[in-house]
Design a protein around this ligand. Sequence first.
Ligand code: SF4
Ligand code: SF4
Length: 108
Amino acid sequence: MALIITDECINCDVCEPECPNGAISMGEEIYEIDPGKCTECVGHFDEPQCVVVCPVECIPKDPAHPDTQQQLLGKFFKLHPDKTPYLPAASAAGDTAALSKPAPTEGC
Ligand code: SF4
Ligand code: SF4
């Protein structure tokens, strides 16, 4: 599931540089998250970095973008084709399937 910034955002600028996917940018009035780039930090960190740093806790999950873990990982591979994902939880559980790269789709 991608995350979304609500109108409680105070434009403190803290989250934007923390996003490993470049998914956060300034919108018309407040910061916004590009759901096509937000992986909930899957592949990079244990937890969403924007949520960790936000002082007003205004970054919930976006029900309009209910990505599965595999879909989030698919976004990671699309954004970072040459990187190996960091998946501590999956690795610890022996979930090696989560580490496999999705098969390329036609037209990509
Ligand atoms: S959860 Fe991670 S990838 Fe998504 S917007 Fe926040 S920092 Fe970026
Ligand atoms: S950290 Fe929170 S309050 Fe600050 S710009 Fe990001 S979403 Fe807005």
